[in-house]
Design a protein around this ligand. Structure first.
Ligand SMILES: [Zn+2]
Length: 103
C-alpha cells in the first residue's frame, strides 16, 4: 500500500529533519551493498534508503518503513506537522539572521 505521494514523502521527510538535531539528521544515500532495515527488510544495492547516526550506532530504514513512519508521524497528526513547521520556520529565521550578520 502506498501511504504517501512522492510530494508528501519529500515534504514530510524535510519536516522530520527539521525536528531532528543538527548532528542527527536523516540522510538518504543509495545503498552500495545489501543492508538490513531496522525493521528486518532487505535494502538492496542501488536502492535509496535512510540512515542516521545516534549514540549507539546507525539506524537504517528502507523506503517503505520510512514512508510508514512519516505517515504515522505527520499525515495522521496535523498537530505534529504544525509543530515541525514551526520549528522549521524558526530555524530558517535563525539561519537568515546569521547570514545577515555576515554581510
Ligand atoms: Zn524496512
Amino acid at each position: 500500500m502506498d501511504y504517501l505521494t512522492d510530494k508528501e514523502f519529500d515534504q514530510y521527510f524535510k519536516l522530520l529533519n527539521a525536528i531532528c538535531g543538527d548532528y542527527s539528521q536523516w540522510r538518504s544515500p543509495k545503498a552500495l551493498k545489501l543492508h538490513k532495515c531496522e525493521f528486518g527488510c532487505d535494502i538492496f544495492k542501488n536502492e535509496q534508503y535512510f540512515r542516521k547516526g545516534y549514540n549507539l550506532g546507525t539506524i537504517k530504514l528502507c523506503k517503505n518503513c520510512m514512508e510508514k513512519m512519516l505517515f504515522i508521524f505527520f499525515a495522521t497528526d496535523p498537530g505534529t506537522t504544525k509543530i515541525a513547521c514551526w520549528v522549521r520556520d524558526k530555524r530558517f529565521e535563525k539561519m537568515r539572521k546569521a547570514v545577515e550578520k555576515l554581510r
